[in-house]
Design a protein around this ligand. Structure first.
Ligand SMILES: [Zn+2]
Length: 119
């Protein structure tokens, strides 16, 4: 379980950007998670509510955008997407495959409120 560390790094990134933008509250965070990353949405959400207490990110809504993994077969160069687990090439059955994407985990965008908007 490394979601706590992951969640803390999200908070660090978001707070840095939010403060730089003069935010008084972060309302929404959009996260992109590759299907092959082992991140569990519910765990991130769980830790999020604990570690954001008293920060700019308290009560911020998390949006999880799951993206399918992209694979290239090294035998026949076919590219395909995965539903869940790693599977051999659908064209030639080879296991000589390269993961092009699907392991990423990143903060895609954040939405904030500033003091001036509130008044
Ligand atoms: Zn192939």
């Amino acid at each position: 379980m490394h979601e706590l560390a992951v969640t803390q790094s999200i908070l660090e990134i978001v707070e840095k950007h939010a403060k730089a933008a003069g935010a008084s509250q972060v309302t929404d965070i959009h996260l992109t998670i590759g299907d092959l990353s082992s991140i569990v949405d519910d765990s991130v959400q769980f830790y999020w509510e604990i570690i954001t207490a008293g920060t700019l990110c308290e009560h911020t809504r998390l949006h999880f955008n799951r993206i399918k993994a992209k694979i290239r077969c090294l035998e026949c160069m076919t590219e395909y997407t995965l539903d869940h687990d790693l599977t051999p090439c659908p064209n030639c059955g080879s296991n000589q495959i390269k993961i092009l994407s699907g392991e990423e985990f990143q903060v895609e965008s954040i939405e904030i409120e500033t003091e001036s908007e509130k008044t």
